[in-house]
Design a protein around this ligand. Structure first.
Ligand code: NAD
Ligand code: DAU
Length: 333
């Protein structure tokens, strides 16, 4: 299959591209704006592959999209602003990319009859105290990030209803693994623990997330792309849930550090207490998660420990200013 992968230079997108190129015969064009979170380094090992090419451009730019989609059989859209904290301080880019960007991609796919898969998130359902969300649960997003992702999902569904476009939506729970930008809980805590910096925990540390190893999410997305029913949405939840403070303590143990590094900091406004997705529908399609949280977390810590070439340039650049603004804390050199 000839695939256009938007946002393929980010964390999950680059893992998806790597998996599809190694495991099959697809040819892949990545279209990516290379925001702070999108990096050519994430695709460095694939650059020599003849079935891979890269286009630098934004999904909200119709000429860039028209050039990149040429000859594609399917489009997978990972492109997004993805950090909840940044959506609270600077929501503009979230509206532009999720609303306008998704619209431009849908129009391009509609004009050419290209199958369209939107990568979405459990956050569109909001927080749940007990039990798990299903695909028919109410959308009740809490942050500018999740609200604009929900809006994009609704627009995608409307292109199936109105124009008959072959659309699919995959809503994933919290991903972790190699190549994740260290603004998200797990890579941030791992790098701080390795460096001996403080670990900033929001609120009481008892918010719960449903952890999904990135290789499992990308295998689910590939499976839905190949076998999903057009017009349908599929939830993809991880096999284990865990309160943040338990995750942080385990990371400290794996890095050989003690709990004195933990700093409780001011809570995130509108902080969702718990996420949980039921994955029965995607399991009925033939997918299941292969990696339990304990094993995936160990692999993730090992990857960051062994790949300082990847994160050292991030940690020594503009990230330090972001970190200072966000937490009022400095990082050691
Ligand atoms: P990421 O922030 O690591 O990567 C996003 C990528 O999109 C980057 O390469 C960035 O340069 C690119 N991008 C951003 N705006 C763009 C634009 N306007 N045009 C073109 N490219 C643009 O994000 P991620 O964690 O890999 O998330 C990928 C997708 O998966 C997102 O849609 C996100 O909502 C969804 N998702 C993420 C998680 C998670 O836990 N990380 C869980 C479920 C769903
Ligand atoms: O659930 C899927 C979503 O998971 C994705 O759609 C988002 O793109 C992704 O960013 C993620 O959102 P979260 O807000 O759940 O992830 P984050 O890593 O930012 O935070 C996880 C939990 O850890 C959350 O309860 C907030 C807490 N936290 C986070 C950071 C960055 C801290 O306690 N301290 C921190 O420094």
């Amino acid at each position: 299959m000839r695939l256009l992968v938007c946002g393929g230079a980010g964390f999950i997108g680059s893992n998806f591209v790597r998996g599809r190129l190694r495991g099959g015969e697809d040819s892949i064009v990545v279209l990516d704006k290379l925001t702070y979170a999108g990096r050519r380094e994430n695709l460095q090992d694939l650059e020599a592959e003849p079935r891979f090419s890269f286009v630098h451009g934004a999904i909200e730019d119709p000429p860039a999209v028209a050039a990149a989609i040429e000859g594609a059989d399917a489009l997978v859209n990972f492109a997004a602003e993805t950090h909840v904290d940044r959506s609270i301080t600077e929501p503009d880019a979230f509206v532009r990319t999720h609303a306008l960007g998704t619209f431009v991609l849908l129009e391009a796919a509609r004009e050419r009859g290209v199958r369209y898969l939107q990568v979405s998130t459990d956050e569109v359902y909001g927080s749940i105290e007990e039990g798990s969300f299903t695909e028919s649960s109410l959308l009740d997003p809490s942050s500018p990030y999740s609200a604009t992702k929900a809006g994009a999902d609704l627009l995608v569904s409307s292109y199936h209803q109105t124009y008959g476009l072959q659309t699919l939506i995959c809503r994933g729970s919290n991903n972790y693994g190699p190549y994740q930008y260290p603004e998200k809980l797990i890579p941030l805590m791992v790098l701080n623990a390795l460096a001996g910096d403080r670990l900033p925990v929001y609120g009481d540390g008892m918010n719960v997330r449903n952890w999904l190893f990135v290789e499992d999410f990308v295998s689910a997305i590939g499976h839905v792309l190949d076998h999903g029913v057009p017009g349908e949405t599929y939830n993809v939840g991880g096999p284990d849930e865990c309160p943040n403070i338990v995750v942080v303590r385990r990371i400290l143990e794996l890095c050989g550090r003690d709990e004195s590094l933990i700093s409780y900091v001011t809570d995130r406004p509108g902080h969702d207490r718990r996420y949980s997705l039921g994955s029965e529908k995607v399991r009925a399609l033939g997918w299941s998660a292969a990696t339990r949280f304990e094993q995936g977390l160990e692999r993730t810590v090992d990857w960051y420990r062994d790949n300082a070439w990847w994160w050292e340039p991030i940690r020594s650049g503009a990230y330090r200013d972001y970190y200072q603004r966000q937490y009022g804390l400095s990082l050691d050199r």
